[in-house]
Design a protein around this ligand. Structure first.
Ligand SMILES: N[C@@H](CCC(=O)N[C@@H](CS)C(=O)NCC(=O)O)C(=O)O
Length: 198
């Protein structure tokens, strides 16, 4: 596969998932930094993705792919990242769970970092954080395979690392020690090290 260009910002957990999958499967990516924001996305990003979201990936034909799940599937197609048979649906469902956790945590964060204080809605934030809590329970019931990870494991590792990064006060590690051990093993992988947000 020829080198592709990834529109990205380093702190984005969805971008991180894509970069990790690329490294895991040995695909080089050119990085194009852009500014993503629900209220003021950069013109360059809008030219690549009408939704104004990162990640977006320009492939060698010039076409742009977006949504991290689509991009990961493109990069990891035909590798063990996507198991054959029934395991595929479990892996994709676990990726959706992890992406949903990130999305809820991100929306709760936008509410306090982006929305003017007088318009903030506490019930909305609580509702999003309850999604996070329920997703953690489901993840802990799912288990995982951190030594030979598929897309479900990678996405789960990214979601847990995002909580560590943006919500250190949440204390999820005390409530879910097995999940914390899973996250620790994932964080030791080279691709996780190389993409750690500062
Ligand atoms: N479902 C999308 C979500 C991507 C997403 O929400 N990215 C955030 C950055 S972490 C973003 O671009 N936010 C800007 C916006 O919501 O307009 C994916 O998996 O790629």
């Amino acid at each position: 596969m020829q080198t592709c260009t990834l529109y990205y910002a380093a702190p984005s957990p969805f971008v991180r998932k894509v970069r990790i999958v690329a490294q895991e499967v040995g695909q080089d990516l050119e990085l194009a930094p852009v500014f993503a924001s629900p209220v003021a996305p950069s013109a360059e990003l809008l030219g690549a993705n009408p939704l104004g979201k990162i990640p977006a990936l320009r492939i060698s034909s010039g076409e742009v792919l977006y949504d991290s799940a689509v991009i990961c599937r493109y990069l990891g197609h035909g590798t063990t990242m996507y198991p054959e048979g029934a395991g595929l649906w479990r892996a994709l469902r676990r990726e959706a769970l992890a992406d949903g956790l990130i999305e809820a945590a991100l929306l709760a964060r936008y509410e306090v970092t982006l929305r003017p204080e007088e318009f903030r809605w506490g019930d909305w934030i609580d509702g999003q954080m309850e999604k996070v809590a329920r997703a953690l329970i489901a993840m802990s019931e799912d288990g995982g395979n951190p030594d030979n990870p598929d897309i479900g494991d990678i996405a789960t590792g990214c979601a847990l690392a995002y909580l560590d990064f943006r919500y250190p006060q949440l204390g999820w590690r005390e409530d879910f020690p097995a999940l914390a051990s899973f996250a620790d093993v994932m964080n030791e992988r080279g691709a996780f090290h190389a993409t750690r947000p500062e």
